[in-house]
Design a protein around this ligand. Structure first.
Ligand SMILES: Nc1ncnc2c1ncn2[C@@H]1O[C@H](COP(=O)(O)OP(=O)(O)OP(=O)(O)O)[C@@H](O)[C@H]1O
Ligand SMILES: [Mg+2]
Length: 267
């Protein structure tokens, strides 16, 4: 069964159709990856699913329920969490605080109860802390638990960004370029974590990524888009060798640099 269904989704900014009649399904338990040149509309798709942007046309279903027009906070409650391409953490808070903030979507007690620190509020607090400690252990962030985000190297902040989303306890995790700016070793760690999130935690993952090594290593299926439109779908190698995908990347390259030459592309 599909956990996420996107049907004929479009959004226009002024005259520009950033996403144009796009449809795809993400099956429960898979890693589904969106690829495409810079400006293809990939992050915009995430922004519509997480309800930061209002689609112009089309529908989005999660777990059989239409979510196209739900308010953003409902999305997290339903079990969709995301990371941001440009890391959205509270710089002057610690790693632990940032991860705990993600848990607030599950706050079951009222503010007044929290102030009185009732038994229920204490139990909730313990379960939030337990979940966050699991995430810290899983992502090997123990050494940084009490560090301020602002003082951490970029690679660690990238991992905390994944941790913040994971702490929510989602069914569907949206990862927007989890490996951008990371070293080869850090990217390998991300690949292991994605595998474990899928196999051990049973998460479904929708990822955007330019690093084709990572895409090939972890993706069950890949969808290529350009100019907001469907280009090709299949395994990583099927999509990479698809003529329309090669054409779309010509002159830009996977990382925004000229990469594929016409003769290599077989054109
Ligand atoms: N809020 C907005 N207002 C106007 N235009 C926007 C807005 N958000 C995105 N766009 C435009 O929509 C297009 C798609 O942008 P998007 O960020 O989705 O691309 P992307 O595929 O994620 O690219 P990249 O790989 O560089 O991250 C771009 O032309 C972008 O300028
Ligand atoms: Mg993007």
């Amino acid at each position: 069964m599909s956990l996420l269904e996107v049907r004929d989704l479009s959004i226009a900014f002024g005259g520009l159709k950033a996403v144009d009649g796009l449809s795809f399904d993400v099956a429960e338990g898979e890693v589904f990856t969106l690829v495409g040149p810079n400006g293809a509309g990939k992050s915009t798709i995430f922004n519509m699913i997480s309800r930061f942007y209002e689609p112009t046309e089309g529908k989005i279903f999660f777990d059989g329920e239409e979510i196209t027009h739900l308010p953003a906070h409902k999305i997290a409650e339903l079990g969709i969490a995301r990371t941001f391409q440009n890391i959205e953490l509270f710089d002057h808070s610690t790693v632990l605080s940032n991860l705990l903030m993600g848990r607030h979507v599950h706050r079951k007690t009222q503010v007044i109860q929290d102030l009185l620190f009732t038994r229920k509020a204490r139990a909730d607090e313990r379960s939030h802390r337990r979940r966050v400690e699991e995430v810290i252990t899983f992502l090997e962030l123990e050494a940084h638990r009490d560090s301020l985000i602002a003082g951490l190297p970029y690679g660690v902040r990238k991992v905390v960004e994944i941790g913040r989303a994971l702490a929510i306890g989602p069914k569907l995790l949206l990862l927007d370029e989890p490996a951008s700016g990371l070293s080869v070793e850090e990217t390998r760690d991300v690949a292991f974590w994605i595998e474990d999130m899928k196999r051990e935690m049973g998460l479904t993952i929708l990822m955007i990524e330019h690093d084709m090594g990572l895409v090939s290593a972890v993706s069950d299926r890949v969808l290529a888009v350009a100019d907001g439109k469907f280009l090709a779908q299949g395994t990583a190698s099927e999509v990479q060798s698809h003529p329309d995908v090669i054409e779309a990347y010509l002159g830009t390259g996977v990382n925004g640099e000229p990469e594929l030459k016409k003769e290599e592309a077989g054109a």
